[in-house]
Design a protein around this ligand. Structure first.
Ligand code: SF4
Length: 224
C-alpha cells in the first residue's frame, strides 16, 4: 500500500446532497486545498483552515466503519493530490460505489471509468469561468458513452446571466441528451423559484438541484 499521505480537511458521514445520488447515506472524504477561489465558495475552510495528513490505511479504516455505504471524494479540489488515484482504486476494489466531485479545472482523463464523476462547469458568476479544462466536456461525454451515468455535469448559477450562459452551453454540446446535467442555484444568491421558471419556460431537460444537506441542516456548514 502506498504510504504517501493525503491532506484531509474532514472525514464524515452524512446524506449525499448534490448529484443524482442525493438522498443516500454517504461517507465523505474531503480533501484539503483548492486551486480556485469561487465567489460563493462554502468550503473555504478546505484551503484556509489547518488540515490533517492521513495515510490511505487510516482513511480506509474510517470508511470501513460504514460497510456498503457509498463514498464521495470531494474538496477543495481532490484531483490536486496524486494519491487520490490509488484511494479511488482501493475503494472500487472493495466494491464501493465511489463519487468524485471535481471543480472541472483539471483533466478527468485518468479517473477510473467506474468512478462516478460529478463535475462542475464554473459559471461567470463564480468568477472562475475561465478555469474550466475544455477537454473535460469531450471526456465527460466519452465516459457516459462507455459507461452510462459515469459523469454528471453540474452548474452552480448566481443569476439570469449565468442561467443563459449555462443553457447555451448545454444546448451547444447536447449535454442533457448524453449526461445527467444539474442546475443548482447558488445559496442566498439565486431564488430557486426563478431558476425553475426559466427552465420550464425554455423546456430545458436538465435537473433542478437544491443542496439537500443544506435544507436538512441549514445551520451547519461543516460535517454535512
Ligand atoms: S472549487 Fe469548490 S472548494 Fe474550490 S473555491 Fe470553488 S466552490 Fe470553493
Amino acid at each position: 500500500m502506498p504510504d504517501k499521505p493525503l491532506f484531509i480537511s474532514e472525514l464524515f458521514y452524512s446524506i449525499q446532497g448534490e448529484s443524482t445520488h442525493a438522498g443516500f447515506p454517504c461517507v465523505f472524504i474531503r480533501l484539503a486545498g483548492c486551486n480556485l477561489r469561487c465567489r460563493y465558495c462554502d468550503a473555504r475552510y478546505t484551503y484556509e483552515s489547518p488540515h490533517a495528513s492521513m495515510t490511505l490505511e487510516t482513511i480506509l479504516s474510517f470508511v470501513e466503519g460504514y460497510p456498503e455505504i457509498m463514498v464521495e471524494i470531494t474538496g477543495g479540489e481532490p484531483l490536486l493530490q496524486d494519491n487520490v488515484y490509488p484511494l479511488m482504486e482501493m475503494l472500487l476494489a472493495k466494491g464501493r460505489k465511489v463519487l468524485l466531485e471535481t471543480n472541472g479545472s483539471l483533466s478527468i482523463d485518468k479517473v477510473a471509468p467506474k468512478v462516478i464523476v460529478v463535475m462542475d462547469i464554473k459559471s461567470p458568476g463564480s468568477g472562475m469561468e475561465k478555469s474550466f479544462a475544455k477537454e473535460n466536456i469531450a471526456l465527460a461525454l466519452q465516459r457516459n458513452q462507455k459507461l452510462p451515468g459515469s459523469c454528471e455535469i453540474k452548474f452552480v448559477l448566481t443569476d439570469k446571466n449565468d442561467y443563459i450562459w449555462a443553457r447555451d452551453l448545454v444546448n451547444q454540446h447536447h449535454l442533457a441528451k448524453h449526461t445527467s446535467t444539474l442546475f443548482s442555484p447558488a445559496k442566498g444568491q439565486l431564488d430557486p423559484v426563478d431558476l425553475a421558471a426559466w427552465m420550464l419556460h425554455d423546456k430545458l431537460p436538465v435537473r433542478l438541484q437544491l443542496q439537500l444537506h443544506a435544507l436538512i441542516w441549514p445551520h451547519l456548514s461543516r460535517g454535512v
